[in-house]
Design a protein around this ligand. Sequence first.
Ligand SMILES: [Zn+2]
Length: 112
Amino acid sequence: MFVHERIEHWKTVLKINDWNIVCQSISEMQVTEALMDDTLGHEFVGIERQFDSKTGILYHTRPLLEDDIIHELLHVRYPEWSEEKVTFWTSLLFGEPVLEHKSAMEYLLPTG
Ligand SMILES: [Zn+2]
């Protein structure tokens, strides 16, 4: 997978073309508490958002996958969303809907 090509693709889909997304490979030893958002075991993928300069720094301890990119760019596009909601929408956009997700109805249906 061409990571930068996929980032550009999802930036377009999410209408955040004005953001500059930079990938930064880090070692597991560099993962600090401030970046613990997406920790799974010792792996880490997470994005630092600088809203004033519209820059996102995508830190990763392993090669990025397409769903990582979708997930982290959703955090850029919808900073107010919960981790749970971002994870749910990532699964939908990635084409592997997690429809048993307990909040699926909440996220998909108008709540009036
Ligand atoms: Zn996340």
